[in-house]
Design a protein around this ligand. Structure first.
Ligand code: ADP
Length: 594
């Protein structure tokens, strides 16, 4: 039971350990899943919001490039148209410019250019929408020189410093092939840049050489966009008029659709605007996307954390319940322990009482045995004493009648009986010592004769038909003759008692040879009482008080057992009782001993 419990405990511990491992693995898997979920959703959301941003960038780039192209185209047309204006040509021919500036101011009111200027053949401003410019010379300006050489509209960018930056469309004014002057319009691109500056994204325009020429961020102007330009190209660019170009601090690692400038990542949209290889760039800051993604991620992480908290809570509640259960169980165990110790104490007490009781019982049984023994002794001695009384009475009669020979025989018989009694007491003494008496080979026929001689007077007195059938050859057993006789006398006396009231009284005594010798004593009495086994119990008797003690058969059965045999009783079919005294034959005993 202990082993089973131990096994149960080990089994329980193993199960608990397994469960804990499974729980840990599950927690690990859940954590990994959560990380994977966060990672995947981060990617997904970034893509999603980037898509939105990309669309917006596309739209903005389209709008800005459209409006830029529109402005440029509008301004581009004006110098060519004004170059054919009769009033301007006349003014230049005549050198009379009184009305010319008013005319230019008028035109510019519609156009909205930064300035509209008319230069004479020497580059001096003779008329302008801004009268403050009148009289100044533009002879060294590239747009004047290019237009003077050319026949069509030229475009030129002037200055690299913020204040003298200008975008000019210029057209020569000719009459009959000779140059009269140059008409130029300065496009107000600064205004457009101001419009871009209001956008959250960055807008800039690069020329065909990747130099930023327009930008919503003033700082970026005249910088090279591409960080990958070769040294030679940079050198060539530097030799040009734009002079000392700086490169935009573009992060090299990010290229293509994304750009990282001054630590900010942008989504880049390019659009060729179809004017001198210019490209409009729209940069949408990615941090907006990041902010949105972060907001959703924060929500997601919060939900996950909440779920983890709920699971943890449920788990801890379960653990708490388990703890309570454990506490209750240990309380029950303690209670059980208390009860067990109480029971053990009680048992010890009972054991002590039992020991005391046993002691007194032993004492009692000793006394009982003593009583039984005294009863047995008096019982066994009564038989020969009764026989002796008869012999004495017989001897007295014989002596009175002077039949001395016969009296001597009676006296001899009495002597035999006294010898028997002496032997009997010795026997009882040895019985007390148990097994003290030595066994010898005995012829059963002698024992039968001995018993019959003890019973002779009583058998004769009641006119009993005695049938004996003894084998011719000796029936040898290893035994104590006197004790066999003792058994047989008991059986004969019981038979005598049983048949006493029968009209015809018969007792048979036979020895049947075989593996066991069986001495059979049968009578034609009323038979045994219903509970046959009970007759061998000490003090069982059906006889009147004073007639029987109920010890004869108990003693006889004990003797039979001591001699290695047994005593059995049964009823005969025709009525009457049959007692069988089984004793192992001497040869068999010898063989068995061997
Ligand atoms: P006791 O003779 O003193 O009664 P026993 O032990 O010799 O004691 O016998 C016990 C009982 O067995 C007798 O009282 C009697 O009832 C029964 N009994 C013994 N032998 C016979 C017999 N031959 N026929 C009938 N009953 C018998």
């Amino acid at each position: 039971m202990d082993g089973g419990a131990a096994k149960g405990r080990t089994g329980g511990a193993a199960t608990r350990w397994g469960a804990r491992l499974a729980l840990r693995l599950a927690a690990l898997a859940a954590a990994a899943l959560a990380v994977a979920l966060i990672w995947a959703s981060h990617g997904y959301l970034t893509n999603l919001y980037s898509e939105g941003l990309r669309n917006r960038a596309n739209v903005r780039a389209a709008i800005y490039s459209g409006s830029l192209v529109n402005v440029l185209q509008r301004h581009q047309l004006i110098p060519a148209v004004l170059a054919r204006d009769r009033s301007l040509i006349d003014a230049l021919i005549k050198g009379r410019y009184a009305m010319t500036s008013a005319r230019l101011i008028d035109v510019n009111r519609e156009l909205g250019a930064r300035s509209l200027i008319l230069m004479d053949r020497d580059g001096r401003i003779v008329a302008a929408s801004d009268r403050r410019l009148l009289g100044t010379s533009r002879a060294d300006q590239i747009y004047f020189r290019s237009a003077a050489r050319d026949n069509g509209t030229v475009f030129a960018i002037t200055g690299i410093a913020e204040r003298d930056r200008g975008f000019f469309f210029a057209h020569p004014v000719r009459s009959g092939g000779s140059l009269l002057g140059v008409i130029a319009v300065e496009v107000n691109l600064g205004q457009i840049e101001e419009g871009w500056a209001r956008d959250s994204g960055r807008v800039f325009v690069t020329n065909s050489e990747d130099v930023v020429i327009l930008s919503s961020t003033p700082d970026w102007r005249y910088r090279l966009l591409s960080p990958l330009l070769e040294e030679a190209r940079i050198a060539a660019l530097r030799s040009r008029r734009l002079g000392g170009l700086e490169i935009l601090p573009v992060d090299e690692a990010q290229s293509g659709r994304r750009l990282r400038i001054d630590g900010v990542t942008y989504l880049r949209r390019e659009r060729a605007i179809g004017f001198r290889g210019w490209t409009l760039n729209y940069l949408a800051p990615m941090d907006e996307v990041q902010a949105k993604v972060n907001a959703v991620m924060a929500l997601e992480i919060m939900v996950l954390a909440l779920m983890a908290a709920v699971i943890f809570w449920i788990n801890s509640k379960r653990a708490w319940r388990r703890l309570l259960n454990l506490q209750r169980e240990s309380e029950e165990l303690r209670e059980l322990n208390r009860r067990l110790s109480a029971e053990i104490d009680e048992r010890r007490r009972v054991e002590r009482t039992l020991a005391r009781t046993e002691q007194s019982l032993e004492q009692a049984s000793k006394l009982a045995a003593l009583g039984q023994m005294s009863a047995a002794v008096s019982h066994e001695l009564n038989q020969p004493l009764a026989a002796m009384r008869t012999y004495i009475a017989g001897a007295r009669l014989l002596i009175e009648r002077r039949r001395l020979e016969e009296a001597l025989v009676s006296i001899q018989r009495m002597d035999d009986l006294i010898g028997r009694m002496a032997q009997l007491t010795r026997q009882l003494k040895s019985f007390a010592r148990k097994g003290g008496q030595e066994l010898r080979p005995v012829d059963l026929r002698d024992a039968v004769r001995g018993a019959l001689s003890v019973m002779q007077p009583q058998l004769a007195q009641h006119a009993i038909e005695l049938v004996t059938d003894l084998p011719r050859s000796p029936c040898m057993v290893r035994a104590d003759q006197l004790r066999i006789e003792q058994v047989l006398v008991n059986l004969l006396r019981n038979a005598l008692d049983a048949i006493r009231s029968q009209p015809h009284r018969r007792i048979a005594l036979t020895i049947a040879p075989g593996r066991d010798y069986v001495i059979r004593v049968t009578d034609n009495g009323p038979g045994l009482p219903p509970d046959i086994d009970a007759i061998f119990e000490p003090f069982f008797t059906t006889k009147k008080p004073g007639e029987g003690l109920g010890l004869g058969l108990a003693i006889s059965a004990g003797i039979a057992q001591d001699l290695g045999g047994r005593l059995v009783a049964r009823n005969l079919k025709d009525g009457g009782a049959c007692f069988e005294f089984h004793l192992p034959a001497l040869q068999d005993m010898e063989t068995a001993a061997e």
